[in-house]
Design a protein around this ligand. Sequence first.
Ligand SMILES: Cc1cc2nc3c(=O)[nH]c(=O)nc-3n(C[C@H](O)[C@H](O)[C@H](O)COP(=O)(O)OP(=O)(O)OC[C@H]3O[C@@H](n4cnc5c(N)ncnc54)[C@H](O)[C@@H]3O)c2cc1C
Length: 520
Amino acid sequence: MIKTITLSLSPADAADEQIIKKHIAQEAGISPKRITGHSIQKRSIDARGKQVRIILQIQVFIDEHEIVPVPFDPRLKDVSNAPHVVIAGAGPAGLFAALKLITLGYKPIILERGKDVRSRRRDLAAMNKEGIVNPESNYCFGEGGAGTYSDGKLYTRSTKRGNVENILQLFHHFGATTEILFDAHPHIGTNKLPHIITAMREQIIACGGEVLFGQKLTDILIDKAAITGIKTADGTRIDCKALILATGHSARDIFTMLHDKGVEVECKPFALGVRIEHPQLLIDQSQYHCSTRDPFLPPASYSLVAQENGRGVFSFCMCPGGIIAPAATAPGEIVVNGWSPSKRNNPFANSGTVVAVDERDFATYKFTGPLAAMHYQQMVEQSAYNIGGGKLVAPAQRMADYVNGKVSTTLPDCSYLPGIHSAAISEVLPSEVHAALKKAVVDFGKKMKGYYTNEAVLVATESRTSSPVRVPRNKETLQHTQIKGLYPCAEGAGYAGGIVSAAIDGERCADAAVQWLKNA
Ligand SMILES: Cc1cc2nc3c(=O)[nH]c(=O)nc-3n(C[C@H](O)[C@H](O)[C@H](O)COP(=O)(O)OP(=O)(O)OC[C@H]3O[C@@H](n4cnc5c(N)ncnc54)[C@H](O)[C@@H]3O)c2cc1C
């Protein structure tokens, strides 16, 4: 007999296989000897009550042989001599598009402006230690895209479960732990992602695909409203009938190139604000109702939303036990984001805390047209740079000081390696964003005990939450509304937000491109 059982266990019990088995037997009302096997299908944390519980959904085999699932098969083929599709960008979208093309018998040629994951590390060190930004190799640009040196949170709002499962299976196949297959909030960690990304690239090349680093797409060639090829910065020309454009939300040169060529792009609302960092202990105490965290529980996280002055304000990309990272892609601007190692064992908890902005805001600063949001975003990032302490030193303010309009006389320890500089965040952010953020911070403090504190620090600016531009595409064919064979893909084109949804969109574009090539 096969049964699905739900257990609610203490964190210590949930970490012990023998105790889990005992509880299964109790719940099923049978002797433990009759259990021939079990596997966890889902694991989540319930922190609503005084005692935090781990909820396990378990498939149990009673009196019969355990059915071991057939190992996942990515169904990859040799595509060395197959027709090709060009992919611009080796982020999650580009890599998963390439893997999908290989399963469909097509050869991917990936162009990536940045470096491989290993070489990329040196440029990240230069950002953190010397405040130097390499515009081709940074936290957003390079192999694995913005997802490589991230927390590797793999949650998505996508409801198409099958698609999500396939992405998780592929991450697992290339080296992620089994936990990502059943955790309600799976994450990989910055220390593990580079190995997984490298394994994906090696597989793509082993199948006959190409991954070309230091190759920046600079132009697309169009004839009779159809893609005929691309050009890169060093003058290389590659003919192609299909181009998957997966260059991410920070490729401002791509948005500008499209606009200048008369290829339709649209202004897109996004969200803007700061990264807020608390001591992790404080978040644990608040979320787990304790003085110190149970060693069997992971560092706690939170998710907060509010409506202030008619605008959505929300926490974003929360990194328990994390580090605030410099995510600028050009000199003279400050952008912050966050990452965590797999153990999430840093003493800080950070999250983006951002306010929705739209055309009204852009127009206030006289930014109009399809690139208005992009210019507005850049203006705020440059303002953060000018008000910060030079290089990548970021403007920062303690939370209560920010709300009370007082420049902080001291700043707490902060994980942001380039350093922070005491400043009035109200001068960095547009006034409407500041007004909504200030109210939200106070309201969040009412919702979550311990959140509103001068031990927390606001670091400016969190601005790359989603793309400021949408590249329009046909809902069915996924091709650009004007140009056949051009597939605007994932986050940069406005169709994804986060690693998993970008990967799913990469697969969808690969599928659509193959359909088109077969019928062309
Ligand atoms: C520090 C940090 C932490 C994050 N944490 C998480 C997280 O925990 N979970 C999560 O879901 N999301 C996280 N994100 C967001 C996530 O990384 C992105 O949503 C995701 O990577 C988007 O995938 P993408 O493939 O669409 O674009 P990207 O990942 O942005 O990839 C685009 C790629 O295109 C390349 N490119 C750009 N222009 C060109 C050109 N002209 N020619 C050739 N190549 C080009 C870039 O170098 C880049 O490699 C994080 C982001 C950052 C920066």
